[in-house]
Design a protein around this ligand. Structure first.
Ligand code: IFM
Length: 473
């Protein structure tokens, strides 16, 4: 990493959002996030067994260019260098995930000491650099054996998850205060079990709804176990990827589509978590399709156990229409049309529309409808077609503008009454972006994959400067 060269090129970048961002308090938490499978590599070292992502990456056509997480950013072997980078950028909190099949091969039974030792070293390294560790227990890498036994649509997976959570807590709980149970259960359920574009690649709507309930149950069981095991203050959270669901027009069909999108995108998670019930309209829509949420006695009390923080991830939003391109309101199976419509704004490299105003609206709505728990934005960021110069430095003005406008949106939501206490940029490093492989780069630090060289981009220096300014340093 050549910080000096990059500093000269990118230091003290100001944006039109600075005055707004400067209204954040000096106590605001500034973090960055990654996940195990996206950066670690070392997929068959020290006793790790395959996860559903190792398997899915072998499905022809599933991942762009046939990429896999086998090597990724080789973080498993370069961890101290990556922690040093976080320190140099002045970031106060690092959110990382634990690989379930690394610490509990096969997803049941005793802990794998060699696998847990990696997270032990990482945690110690962070603390020695004065960086707060923030652990995510599940960021999508389900042990393959548990998928073979039915995966998240199978109730037993929730109990396996609680056992695994307790096992990780037993090792790291003496040093880690911040624990997130699940990252983005919507993605696991809808992209993994309904749309089939992420692991395990199933296409079964009913299985996806069962997965939603068992993910939430797993979260609740893990919260119970960690709360019971905690001998020091603990901050327990779940992270949801949320957005707005505004109707494309004021027509009845579009308003109904918006209601359905909000139901399956937001309320099916937050109502059980915060109100101990599933939304009646969602239950009715599912019943009309012959689907029942598999709730057992006591499940909703478990799922709604108090949490200390709500993690929210936001990237983009789209409007909702109940009418297809041909003017039809029902598909060939007689199901109502649900079509996402672009606003017509600039897009990121992944094709996601850049819509910071909706970020502010979403946070304001969550604060209003689900009050009583502080929010931390546990992911936000963007992929752009970075163009490195001959030294590897990327002058990513587009990413700086994206990050600045979204942090300014947090200020707007806070000033409208929502208690947002922190922001984590996704991601520290360019990494394995799931089905997009390595093509889409989200990092504030560039990774040159053939050499594994890390070079902070302009956005990394902008982030460092912003943190320092808001802290009053
Ligand atoms: O890379 C992902 C991450 O794993 C989960 N949230 C969204 C990011 C960007 O797609």
């Amino acid at each position: 990493m050549d910080i000096t060269a990059a500093k000269a090129a990118g230091a003290r970048i100001s944006t039109r959002h600075d005055d707004v961002i400067d209204r954040l308090p000096s106590s605001f938490r500034w973090g960055t996030a990654t996940s195990a499978y996206q950066i670690e590599g070392a997929v068959d070292e020290d006793g790790r067994t395959p996860s559903i992502w190792d398997t899915f990456c072998r499905v022809p056509g599933a991942i762009a260019n046939g990429d896999t997480g086998d090597l990724a950013c080789d973080h498993y072997h370069r961890m101290p260098e990556d922690v040093a980078l976080i320190r140099e950028l002045g970031i106060d909190t690092y959110r990382y995930s634990v690989s379930w099949p690394r610490v509990q091969p096969g997803g049941s039974g005793p802990a794998n000491a060699a696998g847990l030792a990696f997270y032990d070293r990482l945690t110690d390294e962070l603390l020695s650099q004065d960086i707060e560790p923030w652990v995510t227990l599940y960021h999508w890498d389900l042990p393959q054996e548990l998928e073979d036994a039915g995966g998240w649509p199978n109730r037993d997976t929730a109990y396996r998850f609680a056992d695994y959570a307790e096992l990780v807590y037993a090792r790291l709980g003496d040093r880690v205060q911040h624990w997130t149970t699940l990252n983005e259960p919507w993605c696991t359920a809808m992209l993994g079990y309904v749309q089939g574009v992420q692991a395990p690649g199933r296409r079964d709507f009913e299985a996806g709804i069962h997965a939603v309930h068992h993910l939430l149950l797993g979260h609740g069981l893990a919260v119970e176990r960690l709360r019971a095991a905690a001998t020091r203050p603990v901050d327990l959270a779940i992270t949801l990827n949320l957005s707005t669901a505004k109707p494309a027009t004021d027509s009845e069909a579009d308003r109904e589509a918006a209601r359905r999108a909000d139901g399956l995108g937001t309320r099916i998670y937050l109502d059980p978590l915060r109100r101990a019930s599933y939304p009646q309209d969602v239950v009715a829509d599912l019943a009309a399709r012959g689907i029942e949420i598999p709730v057992h006695d006591g499940d909703l009390a478990t799922i709604s156990a108090p949490i200390d923080t709500l993690g929210v991830n936001y990237y983009f939003s789209m409007r909702q229409s109940g009418v297809d391109e041909h003017g039809r309101t029902a598909d060939s199976d007689g199901l109502p049309v649900d079509r996402a419509v672009l606003y017509g704004l600039p897009l990121t490299a992944i094709g996601w529309e850049i819509m910071p105003d909706d970020f502010a609206d979403m946070l304001t709505r969550i604060g209003r409808d689900y009050p009583g728990v502080p929010i931390v934005v546990t992911e936000n960021g963007a992929a752009f077609a970075d163009k490195p110069d001959e030294t590897g430095f990327v002058r990513d003005d587009d990413r700086v503008e994206y990050l600045a406008s979204h942090i300014a949106a947090i200020v707007a939501a806070r000033e409208a009454g929502t208690d947002v206490r922190g922001y984590f940029v996704w991601s520290l490093l360019d990494n394995f972006e799931w089905a997009y492989g390595y093509d889409k780069r989200f990092g504030i630090v560039r990774v040159d994959y053939p050499t594994q060289q890390r070079t902070p981009k302009q956005s990394a220096y902008w982030y460092r400067d912003t943190i320092q300014r808001v802290r009053g340093q």
